[in-house]
Design a protein. Structure first.
Length: 256
């Protein structure tokens, strides 16, 4: 089997790091794209460091994205999988208090980023024998999340982008899917819960239950490794006829 080459944005920590490690554990070449130094740590965790390529990348800057994709293709000889994971939580505030700068920044990272990476990766993906685009959306892109308008709007837009690209790239056998994680354990969701606790006037544990775990059938947060395993499956031969879908990995929170 030909070794996959995978480009993962937001690979410096959290879900992005786990996705990179999961592909790396299966022998893939992995380009690790992010602005922070954490990509070097992620690279060091991959068994066989010659298969890990850390690239400083700002997904909101088109020249940076173009150069990162080109460097990946030049290093590994092609591109098979694009994982658009980079994202930010955005502000927690009622719409009247959301500053335009915060709105624009959330859209730039969460939506413009996937647009730019896919734009510059598409021609290479079309040449692959088994290509896949995996966009990390959120269950918040399917249901309301109070005081999180920029985030939820951006993640819903990612689902629209996914469905459209599935048809646009499908003629060349490129599958395009979105994964919609539920609240995922880690520092990022802790910060969101803390902000929600302050907004609701409750403590951390109560906010976690009210906003996230009470609505989940399994009554728990998600592990980043669970999201990573879904990404690997969607990019595998077993997932070759799955496209245009938004798949929940959320412990049973959203049922559509």
């Amino acid at each position: 089997m030909t070794r996959q080459t995978v480009f993962v944005t937001g690979a410096s920590q959290g879900i992005g790091r786990q996705i990179a490690l999961a592909f790396g554990a299966r022998g893939a070449n992995v380009a690790l794209a992010a602005r922070g130094d954490g990509i070097d740590e992620t690279a060091a965790l991959i068994d066989g460091t010659e298969r890990a390529l850390p690239i400083r990348t700002d997904v909101t800057d088109e020249p940076s994205v173009r150069e990162a994709i080109e460097q990946t293709v030049e290093t590994f000889g092609g591109l098979d999988v694009l994982v658009n994971n980079a994202g930010i939580a955005g502000p927690t505030a009622p719409i009247e208090s959301v500053e335009r700068e915060a709105w624009d920044r959330t859209m730039a990272v969460n939506l413009t980023g996937p647009y730019l990476t896919t734009k510059h990766a598409a021609s290479h993906l079309r040449e692959s024998d088994r290509a896949s685009v995996i966009n990390i959306s959120s269950i918040s892109g399917k249901r309301p999340l109070e005081n999180r308008t920029p985030y939820t709007a951006s993640k819903m837009a990612v689902i629209g982008l996914t469905r459209t690209l599935a048809f646009e790239l499908g003629a060349d056998d490129v599958t395009v899917n979105a994964i919609c994680p539920g609240a995922t354990r880690g520092p990022r969701i802790d910060a969101v819960i803390e902000a929600q606790a302050e907004s609701l006037g409750v403590d951390f544990e109560e906010a976690k239950q009210q906003v996230f775990t009470d609505d989940a059938a399994l009554e728990t947060l998600v592990d980043a490794e669970d999201v990573a395993e879904m990404a690997v499956f969607l990019a595998s031969d077993a997932g070759q006829h799955i496209t245009g879908q938004d798949i929940n990995v959320d412990g049973g929170t959203v049922w559509y």
